[in-house]
Design a protein around this ligand. Sequence first.
Ligand code: SGN
Ligand code: CA
Length: 537
Amino acid sequence: MRTQIKQISILAFFALAFVACKEEKKVIEEEVKAKKPNIVFIMSDDHAYQAISAYGHGLNNTPNIDRIAKEGAIFNRGFVNNSICAPSRAAMLTGKHSFKNGKVDNVHAFNWDQDNFAKALQKNGYETALVGKIHLDGLPQGFNYSNVLPGQGQYYSPDFIENGVAKTYPGYITHVTTDIALNWLDTKRDKEKPFMLMYHQKAPHRTWMPEEKYLTLMDSVTFDPPANFFDDYEDRPAAAAQEMSIYKDMDLVYDLKMLDKEEELKTKYRGMFQRKYDRMTDEQKAAWDAYYDPIIADFKSKNLKGKDLAVWKYNRYMHDYLRTIQSVDDGVGQVLDYLKENGLEENTIVVYTSDQGFYLGEHGWFDKRFMYEESFRTPILMKYPKEIKPGTVIDELVQNIDFAPTFLDYAGAEIDESIQGESLRKLVNGEASEWRDAIYYTFYEYPAEHKVKRHYGVRTDKFKLIHFYYDIDKWELYDLEKDPTEMHNVYEDPDYASIKKDMHEQLEKMRTKYGDSDALNEENLEKYLSKKGIKKH
Ligand code: SGN
Ligand code: CA
């Protein structure tokens, strides 16, 4: 009898222990589930998707950025709302189009008092930081720590503003930015809280100054310009009026580093480049000169003209542009390694994007601004091991206004009704039952540098309709399947009459949905002209 009782109590003990253990496991699982993910939002400035090897254009090799796509998702149709720096950043922070958040151009101040996703994450228990380029004046709001570039920033001996206090760092900007970000992750944040870090590089923004280590990278490679490099802009007067041509507008000294000691190359922006060069240390200058001086001598001896000069300029541009990206890629590798080595990989969402795309010779251009694909589109790569399957490919139309609601969704925070973007969470998990079929675009910065006229438009899966206005009134329609490089404006083509009608309807639908109008355009124009002191055309 005694032994029986003993046996029963032993059994009961194990049964209870088993239940308790199961309970405990469940609690731990729930805790892990409930644990808010960390967010690392990586952005570079003017990084063309053509210059990320994961996109398969074969121009360069970015193994670390590619890791994000391999371990997570790549978006083939990521777009911006407005292809210029500050307005794109404002749209990402607020989740709203430019005409709603008020930051329509690089000229007007951004209103930091409005809601942004960093503020919302803070309210939801996050520790937040902003490091590097933001290009929105005033002390950033929504961050426990900020260390940002004043305006565009400088490649060498960069100035920063740390929590409102100005400071100059020795070294090369891309590394300085990475070091500040890693230092915050490692020593400055409250490790009890989930974190959100915005790690934003200046590179590869103009004027593409590489770091010493990469001065000779891809030196032996000759790049063939894109097929439409010598575009004649037929039936595209806005494209014809631009001043962002590699051949005509790229400055030999400022952009292409032909700062000859004899001072024979007296270009328009020579002095501006001299000031950037002067920020280097003697060692940096020596390394720089050792690379560029022979190129300068060779260039002068050749006396290139016409198409030969255009192709030479294109190659010089590509070399420097791609070299600055290599340092960005190294920084991404360091941050990914840090997350891995510190057990943060599983619970951290990593996004890589740019504030817009960039022309790498398409239509003969550099810069951005236009609603044509190369600058409208932007790279987006995203990983989150807990939810996103490695090797995910997303072909739906997504836009920079989608980042804010995506981060809030993952963080379990409320997504305010005024936010115009959509969370990408279900789309990227393969759980979205429906998705948008069109996206809207606006651009306002004109009259200005590069002379890209004011325009707005709509893009669907296969077509794009654009309206250029102010000192022009021109509609353009593209069949993106038949004409992916947008060389043929079919707006007046009778074969496209019904598509034209559909696209006008789509455009009106978009403008109604987001709350845009000609009256708002007129208002923004008046403000712009008066701020810049320009007389109305
Ligand atoms: C600067 C550049 C332009 C560039 C704008 C906007 N000129 O003005 O080439 O289009 O920035 O770029 S520079 O001489 O200063 O390099 S943005 O990314 O900030 O919007
Ligand atoms: Ca930019």
